[in-house]
Ligand binder design. Structure first.
Ligand code: LLP
Length: 426
């Protein structure tokens, strides 16, 4: 999707230098065709197998409504983690029966919203199970549930994004799952429908998905042995993408994932003589590569290192700081120039750790140049903040040369909007 013309980066058929002039910087730019292609890749891969698979896009990765609308029209369901994300999916037109409400810490209000909306709930603890049953009973409604399993598997990823280790906060310990299912069967107004896990994110060595599937299917067997029945197994998201140029060709694809998961899944279903739906919850692998972050160079400083100071920082893209994540950086107005110097690209936030990209070979950079940080569609804008009194930036959607604004830039007024000064200070 990234191509070059006249020394300028083109993205979705649009000259990003012109985009930056028109909409200002920083600016998130999403390419509709990449988004669609990534979703369609999942859909076509999994629809060509005998197992019925539903793709629930993980809204936390990027909750922009325009993107959700596109994914809804492509046939996506949704994994949501809060009433806010639930509302976004409803606005996007995703049907309640294809939404799973996740979370390890849901209030009674959260549970009430989920039950009233008619979505399924992934139950993360016995406390929550009992509270959900009480809330559903009070509302006179039934709610289908999945039990979130902690499968105790260890993907080779950054510690902060491994979610299925036995010491993780997520899920019910593997050996407690069957008794919790039995309790669910006895409680009023909750209907056991599935088992759910999510083992981590940015997983490039996908053999661990096979291990998780084995464990989940062993649980399915034990659930059936105890006379209970299920409708689906949800194996979560987590498929990694190639952030480094050199990884792009080798990063695993949905097809690779299918080849690891499905044989295990289908073998156990055959042995048990049952048929379950498979649910997947990809976020990053659908939206990650669809987006770039454009940022203007405010200063080039030759000091202990060559620093390129840009107008975005970890207020807009926290991944490099929080997970030591690597994102490729391109000087968007000099794409055909030779990389000639080593630079460290730093943000505008008042913290020494606000480093976007360390030690990169780039063409000679000057104040006023435009930098594009690539593959920022997942956990970019959705993790942004107003730290240091910086309003959040705008987002645009590009498609075959067309441009639409999909979120306006916040103003200083937005920073102040909800603040109240106690009367005694006025
Ligand atoms: N399902 C559940 C229950 C999840 O918790 C997550 C992500 C997903 C699905 C989607 O996972 P994905 O396919 O995107 O890997 N902020 C971190 C990633 C946190 C992931 C949280 N859970 C990052 O920027 O790397």
């Amino acid at each position: 999707m990234v191509k070059e013309e006249n020394n300028h980066l083109f993205f979705g058929g649009v000259d990003v230098v012109e985009l930056a002039e028109r909409y200002g910087t920083p600016l998130y730019v999403t390419d509709e065709n990449t988004l669609k292609a990534n979703f369609r890749n999942y859909k076509s891969t999994f629809s060509s197998t005998t197992t019925i698979t539903d793709i629930y896009y993980a809204v936390k990765a990027n909750g922009n409504l325009a993107l959700l609308k596109i994914l809804a029209s492509e046939g996506a369901g949704a994994d949501v983690f809060s009433p806010g994300e639930l509302e976004l999916t409803k606005l996007a037109g995703i049907l309640a029966e294809r939404i799973l409400f996740n979370g390890n810490s849901k209030s009674d209000d959260d549970l009430r919203t989920a039950v009233e909306s008619g979505v399924r709930v992934s139950v993360d603890s016995v406390d929550e199970l009992r509270a959900l049953s009480a809330v559903a009973t009070e509302l006179g409604k039934e709610v289908e549930i999945a039990i979130r399993v902690n499968p105790d598997v260890s993907p080779d990823v950054h510690a902060k994004i491994a979610t299925g280790l036995k010491e993780s906060k997520f899920g019910i310990p593997f050996h407690d799952v069957v008794p919790v299912c039995e309790e669910a069967e006895k409680l009023p107004n909750v209907l056991l429908a599935g088992l759910h896990c999510h083992i981590g994110s940015q997983i490039l060595d996908i053999s661990v998905f096979g291990e998780a599937t084995e464990k989940m299917m062993a649980l399915v067997e034990r659930v059936y042995e105890r006379g209970m029945k299920l409708k689906f197994v949800d194996l979560g998201g987590g498929l990694g993408i190639g952030y480094r140029q050199a990884e792009k060709a080798t990063a695993p694809t949905p097809k690779d994932l299918a080849e690891v998961i499905l044989p295990v899944f289908e073998k156990k279903m055959q042995e048990l003589g049952i048929s379950l739906k498979l649910v997947l919850e990809p976020g990053r692998s659908i939206v990650g590569a669809s987006t770039i972050l454009l940022s203007r160079v405010n200063a080039v400083k030759r000091a202990y290192k060559n620093f390129v100071a840009i107008d975005a920082g970890f207020n807009l893209l926290i991944r490099p700081v929080m997970y030591d994540a690597y994102h490729e950086v391109v000087v968007a107005n000099k794409v055909n120039e030779q990389a000639s110097e080593l630079y460290t690209v730093v943000g505008s936030v008042c913290e020494a750790g606000d480093i976007m990209a360390k030690d990169r070979m780039l063409p000679k950079v000057e104040r006023g140049d435009l930098v594009a940080i690539l593959d920022t569609g997942a956990y970019g804008f959705s993790m942004s903040s107003q730290y240091n009194g910086r309003p959040r930036c705008a987002e645009v959607l590009v498609c075959d040369g067309k441009v639409d604004l999909i979120r306006s830039r916040e103003s200083i007024e937005d920073l102040i909007r909800n603040q109240e000064i106690p009367a005694r200070f006025i």
